[in-house]
Design a protein around this ligand. Structure first.
Ligand code: ADP
Ligand code: MG
Length: 370
């Protein structure tokens, strides 16, 4: 089911008389292709949950429209939208068994949707198998681990065969290992069922790894939408560049003079098409190549070996943070005892921004694409 948001907006009235209204979601327009998993990504308070609740029908938009396929569902009540919802806290009925919890949405249906006992049992088993908890059907939620409880919640959302699956930070309450395992599980189930899915998270790594497309938001405003790698490689602004990537992008104060980029006194890169002036320079950790006569001189702080990769921690007076971090392959030759290290920069890993607005300043587009 294709999902479309048109100028979707939600304004919450201020809680006290003097306060300002909160624009939780401002003019969201984008469409989610049928069968895709979309990651809604942004820091806490940026309007992710509000967007999801408007899609589910639990929250009424202040403006704009929502379409499921060709149907305008903006005013349709939640129970008639055919959505499955999973929240951060699993919200299972504690007095019911796993089987009864999953069965719950199918009971008390009337008219065309009414199912026989045998049909219900079959659907419950199918959903339980999909999330691999079919061996636990007679347990109570208190007898399950967090990961198993979340699987039950997912099975309960899937049993109705929803047209759209909405997940609000479903992995936040799980420990690191389970989080990884469960996110792979969600991806597997989503691919198998082909249900159009919106996955809300503040964790960029999670969103990047699971999504067909990510939607990056900041303070109720949509920043960028695209395939995870595209958005990482080609962010539209400083916020998106900083929000994606572990370790994060390294920021420097820079200056352009005659299409030459300077960091401190070092002429580090040719930047065709950029006007003279002060710029913010972002360099991805994988954008540094240590070289004896590389143009960017840094003070070597230490070298950390992390299995496959080596992390060079260094200092530079023009850097915005006290330490910068470069990731290089472990077979790169490097004098670890030296006081300094020099780098050449990979041009496509260097991103320039306007210091005031954070808008991206592109360079060498013809050379790169033409
Ligand atoms: P996120 O899920 O990205 O953390 P939310 O969608 O929950 O963000 O909230 C977005 C903004 O809307 C926040 O500033 C939040 O305080 C505000 N907000 C959310 N729900 C309400 C509400 N019921 N009343 C007033 N303000 C709200
Ligand atoms: Mg939220």
């Amino acid at each position: 089911m294709k999902v479309e948001l048109q100028h979707l907006t939600k304004i919450f009235p201020s809680r006290d008389k003097k306060g300002k209204d909160v624009v939780a979601v401002s003019d969201f327009t984008f469409s989610i292709p049928d069968g895709e998993l979309i990651g809604l990504l942004g820091p806490s308070g940026c309007g992710k949950s509000t967007t999801l609740y408007m899609l589910s029908g639990l929250e009424k938009p202040t403006g704009g429209k929502i379409f499921f396929g060709d149907d305008d569902v903006t005013d349709l009540p939640a129970e008639n939208r055919g959505v499955g919802l999973v929240f951060q806290n699993y919200a299972l009925y504690p007095h019911l068994t796993v089987e009864q919890n999953i069965r719950f949405p199918l009971e008390n249906r009337k008219g065309v949707g009414k199912l026989t006992k045998a049909q219900i049992a079959e659907k419950v088993l199918e959903a339980a198998k999909l999330v691999q908890i079919d061996g636990l059907l007679h347990r109570k939620p208190s007898e399950l681990s967090g990961g198993q409880q979340q699987r039950v919640a997912i099975a309960r959302a899937l049993v109705k065969m929803p047209k759209v699956l909405l997940l609000d930070e479903p992995l936040s309450n799980l420990d690191a290992r389970l989080r990884l395992q469960t996110r792979e599980e969600i991806r597997r189930i989503q691919k198998k069922t082909g249900i159009t899915t919106v996955f809300v998270t503040h964790d960029q790594e999670e969103a990047m790894s699971i999504s067909d497309r990510i939607v990056v938001m900041c303070a109720g405003v949509l920043q960028q939408i695209g395939k995870p790698q595209e958005v990482y490689d080609d962010p539209v602004n400083l916020f998106v560049a900083k929000f994606l990537g572990t370790p994060p992008i390294n920021m420097f104060r820079g200056r352009v003079e005659g299409e030459q980029l300077f960091i401190g006194g070092d002429a580090v890169l040719r930047v065709p098409g950029v006007r003279d002036g002060v710029v913010s320079v972002g360099i991805r950790p994988e954008g540094f190549i240590p070289e004896e006569d590389g143009p960017l001189l840094c003070k070597l702080h230490n070298v950390e070996v992390m299995g496959r990769d080596v992390s060079i921690v260094a200092e530079n007076d023009a850097a915005e943070a006290p330490l910068i971090r470069a990731i290089i392959q472990s077979d790169t030759r490097l004098n670890r005892q030296a006081d300094t290290v020099r780098f050449r920069l990979k041009p496509h890993k260097v991103l320039l921004f306007e210091p005031e607005t954070g808008a991206r300043l592109r360079f060498g587009e013809e050379e790169r694409h033409g």
